[in-house]
Write a protein that binds this ligand. Structure first.
Ligand code: AMP
Ligand code: ZN
Length: 449
């Protein structure tokens, strides 16, 4: 197996990846709360985990990747009340919109998308066990809170300064909490929103429990290989997930915690609450999935990235360059009646994949791709290049672009084009320069020369 290295937030360093089960990888990343359209920032983790999925597959692993939909949440309830709809109608509508975005981005379909609403009994059992084990308590008003005080690991994932947080919070009146860092597992309610009548009382689960329960239920084990999300999820969400996992089953929830940097716009994290958002759908309609992918993937996934017109323009030019090159290769094979088949340039490809396996170093992988592109242009320009050489270069190029997740249009030829091409070749061999120039112009306009 190829050596894979990943940055692990918990250990705070790049570590060699060793799976729990040989040849398999279990991955969960936190998905959207489905109460409105996602913005471009939300796409970054999606694209990074899609790349990880592809790289692991290329390295020979069987990948089990899942991501949830949070379909029980105060924001969904608020929207449902505003629009006089049920929570289910709201969440189904925005789940569908999200799935359209995923397919527009050419995301490999995940193995499963668990929804919170399908796991209420498991969530209630999970919380009850934590209560029984003494890691949670009932407040005077009947809610269940997780007790962070006796968790010696608390804070070890996000490395937040707990003493600062404690004193910071103390100013507020956190009525029912024993410690300001404690968080709600189950909240009683008699409001108008969706609620569940359970042994914990009529209420709803807190946000931090669902992922742990869905991971345990789906993978049928308390520890998986990789858990991830955006940087903002480290604290409190993932810290709280991890605390519950220790409390419930005495293990860390994942062996590797991966966090994706922010997409910023005008100097701030792109986010609904700041109002500096571009909706994913609008960006997709304007640029297409390939351009968004190129834009995101060329910056190391843990570094911040700025959404600007110039950056999108650059990404768009790169993608055009790839598409034009593929079209020229495909048109050549079509017009000259041959097929690209056989092997790829395995030296280049192995180096390309080694870079990707090194904590998704796309920038280095792209330098290898650029060398292949240079070779490709030279090969096309040189009339003496053999079909075998063209084949190797074309198939290597296609393969690399595929591993990066691009989805390029395949060239579709027609008889008319074939006629123009053969007249052009005739004119050239007859030294009819006026005609051959004219036909070349037509062929160039069609992008095949
Ligand atoms: P949310 O709906 O805010 O919970 O976000 C869903 C996912 O998108 C989470 O993994 C977030 O970390 C991620 N996310 C939200 N905003 C950004 C952003 N500006 N840049 C990168 N990731 C983001
Ligand atoms: Zn989560």
């Amino acid at each position: 197996m190829r050596k894979i290295k990943l940055y692990d937030t918990y250990e705070g360093k790049v570590r060699e990846f060793t799976p729990l089960v040989e040849g398999e990888v279990s991955i969960y990343y936190c998905g959207p709360t489905v109460y409105n359209y996602v913005h471009v920032g939300n796409l970054r983790p999606v694209l990074v985990f899609d790349l990880l999925n592809r790289v692991l597959r290329e390295c020979g692993y069987k990948v089990h990747m899942i991501s949830n939909y949070t379909d029980i949440d105060d924001k969904i309830i608020k929207k449902a009340l505003e629009e006089n709809k049920t929570e289910k109608e709201i969440s189904e509508f925005y789940t569908k919109a999200y799935e359209d975005v995923l397919s527009g981005l050419n995301i490999i379909p995940l193995e499963y998308h668990p929804k919170v609403s399908d796991y209420i009994p498991q969530i209630v059992d999970f919380i009850s066990t934590i209560l029984d084990k003494g890691h949670a308590y009932k407040t005077p008003s009947g809610d269940v809170n997780f007790s962070t005080e006796d968790d010696e690991n608390y804070g070890s994932l996000s490395k937040v300064d707990l003493s600062k947080l404690r004193t910071g919070y103390r100013i507020e009146t956190k009525d029912d909490k024993k410690s300001p860092l404690d968080f709600a597992l189950w909240k009683l309610t008699d409001d108008k929103g969706i609620k569940f009548d359970t042994k914990l009382g009529l209420g709803r689960p807190g946000w931090h429990t669902e992922c742990v329960v869905m991971i345990n239920s789906y993978f049928k084990k308390p520890l998986i290989d990789i858990h991830g999300g955006g940087f903002d999820l480290k604290f409190p969400h993932h810290e709280n997930e991890m605390a519950q996992s220790w409390a419930y089953s005495g293990t860390n929830l994942a062996n590797y915690w991966m966090h994706v940097g922010f997409l910023n716009m005008n100097g701030d994290k792109m986010s609904k609450s700041l109002g500096n958002v571009v909706l994913a759908n609008d960006a997709l309609n304007k640029f297409g999935g390939n351009v968004l992918r190129q834009f995101f993937l060329t910056t190391y996934y843990r570094s911040p990235i700025n959404y600007t017109d110039e950056a999108m323009q650059t990404a768009s030019e790169e993608v055009d360059k790839y598409q034009r090159l593929l079209t020229k290769f495909e048109a050549k094979a079509f017009l000259e009646d041959f097929k690209y088949e056989g092997t790829i340039d395995s030296d280049s490809y192995n180096q390309f994949l080694d870079y990707l396996a090194d904590d998704l170093n796309v920038a280095n992988a792209i330098t290898v791709l650029s060398t292949v592109i240079k070779k490709a242009n030279n090969a096309l320009r040189n009339p003496r290049t053999s079909k075998e050489e063209l084949s190797i270069i074309y198939l290597t190029l296609r393969k690399m672009l595929e591993v990066l997740g691009f989805n390029f249009e395949k060239f579709k030829g027609n008889d008319e084009l074939k006629k123009i091409y053969s007249s052009y070749l005739d004119a050239k061999s007859n030294k009819d320069f006026a005609l051959s120039d004219e036909l070349r112009k037509v062929l160039m306009e069609k992008g095949v020369l």
